[in-house]
Design a protein around this ligand. Structure first.
Ligand SMILES: Cc1cc2nc3c(=O)[nH]c(=O)nc-3n(C[C@H](O)[C@H](O)[C@H](O)COP(=O)(O)O)c2cc1C
Length: 308
């Protein structure tokens, strides 16, 4: 039986629904190409800012048994370098039919627009707007993603500065996720990515009593957060009518089916690369196809949204 696992995100075709989640590998074009050759459906770059950022000291990531905890500090070489990396990646990925999603972040609403304008020079297929980082415009250092009005303002500013479709990446660390999703869609978001890491969390070295991560606290990802991600994606898909990339703990074909059933158009995979290796995309797609054959489904649309 022939199964078609291709999907479409804001008019962009993906050969399969798996996407490399932002921050986990997508910094250089060499690595993006390696991921594409490992069977991924789309590649998201690490989030980049206008100026380079060194990030935090090591250790920045720890496997704590049920997932990862990380505080990388959004280290990146800045948008100028990322434009070159994306251009180089696109030359190789475009013929393979694998789209590139450029992730951006900024410290002010205004700079989100500038970052979008600069990154658009590389002509990524989509832009992901990471609003789940602290907002230094705000005295209380709230995330942009914590407030519907601010999240909408960032979205508007980005839309004014690019003609490339945008996905806004939301945080689970809020009390009104649906209102935030509605605000970004009203402001013009073409799609949503959900979720960023949960937390922050804290893991101690019990010999010293100090946090293991140099930064202290960090965001939680991996299997432990998957049920929360599934619930968030379901709530968003029920509330808004734009494509959603579901991210959070996805590791295999079963997890992809679950995310599609709550309405996702594609799924991001990050932490699972740590325990299943870079071939996780190919393996998960094989498991997805097996499930579809067993259940007599020939397209993702046959069961997408079944749980809504
Ligand atoms: C080491 C690490 C770095 C990350 N960096 C970014 C980043 O730069 N931008 C971003 O939007 N998300 C970043 N994330 C969050 C992931 O893209 C993803 O939303 C989250 O890890 C949940 O998915 P997972 O459980 O599959 O890892 C990072 C996650 C990890 C583990």
């Amino acid at each position: 039986m022939d199964v078609d696992i291709s999907t479409t995100l804001c008019g962009v075709r993906l050969p399969n629904p798996t996407v490399l989640a932002s921050g986990v590998l997508g910094l250089s074009h060499e690595v993006m190409v390696r991921v594409a050759e490992s069977g991924v459906g789309g590649v998201t770059t690490k989030s980049c800012s206008i100026k380079p950022r060194p990030g935090y000291h090591n250790p920045v990531v720890l496997d704590w048994g049920s997932g990862l905890i990380n505080a990388v500090g959004l280290s990146n070489p800045g948008v100028e370098v990322m434009v070159e990396e994306i251009q180089a990646a696109k030359e190789i990925l475009a013929p393979l039919g694998v789209p590139v999603i450029a992730s951006i972040f900024a410290e002010t609403i205004y700079d989100f627009g500038n970052a979008a304008r600069f990154i658009s020079e590389a002509r990524p297929d989509l832009i992901e707007v990471n609003i789940s980082c602290p907002n230094i415009d705000d005295r209380y250092r709230l995330m942009f993603a914590a407030d519907p009005y601010v999240a909408g303002q960032v979205t508007r500013r980005v839309k004014l500065n690019t003609d490339i479709p945008i996905l806004v990446k939301l945080s689970p660390n809020v009390t009104n996720l649906v209102k935030i999703a509605q605000a970004v869609v009203e402001a013009g978001a073409d799609g949503i990515t959900a979720i960023n890491t949960l937390g922050p969390g804290l893991i101690l070295d019990i010999e010293t009593g100090h946090p293991v991560l140099a930064h202290g606290t960090g965001g939680i990802s991996g299997p432990a957060i998957r049920p929360i991600a599934v619930r968030c994606v379901r709530d968003i898909c029920q509330a808004v009518d734009v494509p959603v990339i579901a991210v959070g703990g996805v590791a295999n074909g079963r997890d992809i089916v679950e995310m599609l059933m709550v309405g996702a158009a594609a799924v991001g995979i990050g932490s699972a690369i740590h325990h299943r290796g870079i071939k996780v995309f190919e393996k998960a797609c094989g498991e997805l196809k097996d499930y579809m054959v067993t259940h007599n489904y020939s397209r993702l649309g046959d069961f997408r949204g079944k749980a809504l």
